[in-house]
Design a protein around this ligand. Structure first.
Ligand code: CP3
Length: 344
């Protein structure tokens, strides 16, 4: 299918474009009343994830309502552990929980390497979304980085410290590596399935990158992200390693196209560390969207000036916060479009 808006893909190739492309992490769900309406008619989050027609509908909502330059498929990073044999629950207002976790060799033995078919609902949602988008914008597929998935599988829920998961890296590095390898193999199968189904680019979310000491980040996270990037050559790849300011140089050397920056990462310094071949994505503080329109406009201008007119995909430095006014989000998107067009 020919893409009518391929700004993101041209930007990733390093081309000079008519303006900077823009989308938001966690744009599907979280903020739109149109999403809440669909969501509230169901038993819960998982029903929405597992019903392709509805997942496609909420994936497309931000394209229609916010005018973003890409859609991201509505699913979750936790579908991988579930497909490996460790089911998750999504508790209203609290977040994910795993009734069973991994703490021993025996737990690990019960887990399998997932195939894309095990997550058929998301694969079907991608096919449907591609059909319904009819080439309006590219569709982003995604998965969690193996370390971030490991953190949830060992910890059993979200955590400020993930101390159980981090402790395992010291107390049982061998078990840790075996689990990380199983997650990695599953993730490669899943991402390849997403690409076959129509994903135009993919993003790897390493949300808990920043809690590891740099040597552990290299050994227990980057090593596996590298494997994923080396295994996928069909579409462009983005790696977003939240808080991993210490890893920007190493990320610059892996086989990916785009590196996501959070709002604490200095833009010029990141350009130097990542090298001239990488496109950068980010990195406005999500809290800017609680400010006035003038605040947003000024912050967008400053961001655009620092990134410059090429190799930049505008985004926030992390997912949009749930209580953000959708009107302000739309203002942000329009502001990037307008100001970058004047600057290009
Ligand atoms: O970007 C998108 O909008 C597409 C869909 C998407 C969701 N989760 C839907 C979701 C994506 C890309 C994710 C990724 C994800 N999930 C990450 C990595 C990105 C990040 O924010 O760091 C992580 C760590 C998770 C795990 C997860 N899922 C948590 C911690 C929670 C609870 C808190 C929250 O809202 O983020 C979820 C639930 C979840 N995933 C919701 C949505 C829309 C909210 C649940 C609901 O609608 O009831």
């Amino acid at each position: 299918m020919h893409l009518k808006n391929d700004l993101i893909l041209r930007t990733i190739r390093g081309e000079r474009t008519e303006r900077t492309p823009v989308w938001l992490m966690r744009q599907a769900g979280r903020i739109l009343p149109e999403y809440r309406k669909v969501r509230n008619s169901l038993s819960g989050f998982k029903e929405l994830v597992e019903t392709p027609e509805l997942a496609a509908e909420v994936t497309i909502q931000p394209v229609d309502i916010l005018g973003v330059d890409a859609a991201i498929i509505f699913s979750d990073i936790l579908v991988i552990p579930e497909a490996m044999g460790l089911p998750y629950e999504m508790i209203e207002k609290k977040g994910p929980r795993f009734p069973e976790t991994v703490s021993s060799e025996a737990d690990l033995k019960r887990l399998r390497i997932a195939e894309a078919e095990d997550i058929n609902y998301t694969i079907e949602a991608i096919k449907l979304t591609k059909k319904e988008l009819a080439g309006r914008v590219p569709l982003i597929g995604f998965a969690g980085a193996p370390w971030t998935i490991f953190a949830y599988m060992v910890e059993g829920s979200g955590s400020k410290t993930f101390s159980k998961a981090r402790a395992m890296l010291y107390t049982n590095p061998q078990l840790s590596h075996t689990l990380l390898q199983k997650i990695t193999d599953s993730t490669i199968n899943y991402l390849k399935g997403q690409i076959t189904a129509g994903a135009d680019l993919i993003q790897i979310f390493d949300s808990w990158a920043g809690i590891l000491p740099p040597v552990h980040y290299e050994e227990f996270s980057l090593r596996y992200i590298r494997q994923i990037c080396d295994a996928i050559s069909e579409v462009p790849k983005t790696v977003f390693a939240k808080d991993a300011y210490f890893a920007r140089k190493s990320l610059g050397q892996i086989n990916c196209d785009t590196i996501g920056l959070d709002w604490c990462m200095d833009i010029e310094e990141s350009r130097v560390l990542a090298g001239p071949e990488k496109t950068l994505q980010g990195n406005l503080d999500p809290c800017v969207l609680y400010g006035t329109e003038k605040n947003i406009q000024d912050a967008v201008r400053s961001m655009l000036e620092q990134f410059g007119p090429t190799r930049h995909i505008a985004n926030l430095g992390h997912g949009v916060y749930p209580d953000t006014d959708p009107g302000k989000v739309k203002f942000f998107v329009d502001s990037v479009k307008q100001q970058s067009a004047e600057m290009h």
